[in-house]
Ligand binder design. Structure first.
Ligand code: HEM
Length: 150
């Protein structure tokens, strides 16, 4: 059966952004920001090469490119992989600040830049793991009689 443009699978975001070159550049810009950030830099190892490769491959896979990330690292489990690091609003906002700047300098067309940033906002919020208790949700502490000698 003949195929025509009408049958074509819509191009992935990965393809529309120009493939791996786009993600190489995006992640390099992002880590330049992290390098000088007093909140984020201490969370990362001295050599950030692996962090850069992992984020790049993850994003390529997420947006429809090759699945090198999962071949190397298995299931992303992003929330679990971030639990060793305390991520409060300060860390999330710093991360988003550098990613917003990186997306802004990446040359992505406006519509795709908005799609990327919308995803990053949701993903970064999902990774918060140091939330203070919400008002009205008091932490459960033992009553005085439960303390030894109390
Ligand atoms: C919210 C603020 C965030 C902070 C503070 C943070 C911090 C970190 C740190 C410290 C690492 C470990 C780097 C290493 O040991 O080499 C890491 C790994 C990683 N992060 Fe984040 N991150 C954040 C948000 C995100 C978001 C939003 C994404 C995805 C959209 C993401 C994707 C990744 C990936 C894919 C890895 C590598 C996981 C692996 O295969 O080991 N991170 N992050």
């Amino acid at each position: 059966m003949a195929t025509s443009a009408r049958d074509a699978v819509p191009a992935s975001v990965y393809e529309r952004l120009g493939g791996s070159d786009f993600f190489d550049a995006l992640v390099a810009l992002f880590y330049e920001g992290v390098e000088g950030d007093p909140v984020l830099r201490p969370l990362y190892p001295e050599d950030m090469t692996d962090a850069e490769t992992n984020l790049r491959d993850f994003l390529i896979q997420y947006w429809g490119g090759p699945d090198d990330y999962s071949r190397r690292r298995g299931h992303p489990m992003l929330r679990a992989r971030h639990l060793p690091f305390t991520i409060g609003h300060r860390e999330r906002d710093a991360w988003m600040h550098h990613m917003r700047a990186a997306v802004g300098s990446s040359g992505a067309p406006e519509e795709l830049a908005a799609e990327l940033l919308d995803y990053f906002e949701r993903a970064a919020t999902h990774l918060l793991n140091a939330e203070p208790p919400r008002p009205g949700h008091l932490p459960i502490v033992p009553g005085p009689s439960e303390f030894p000698g109390g």
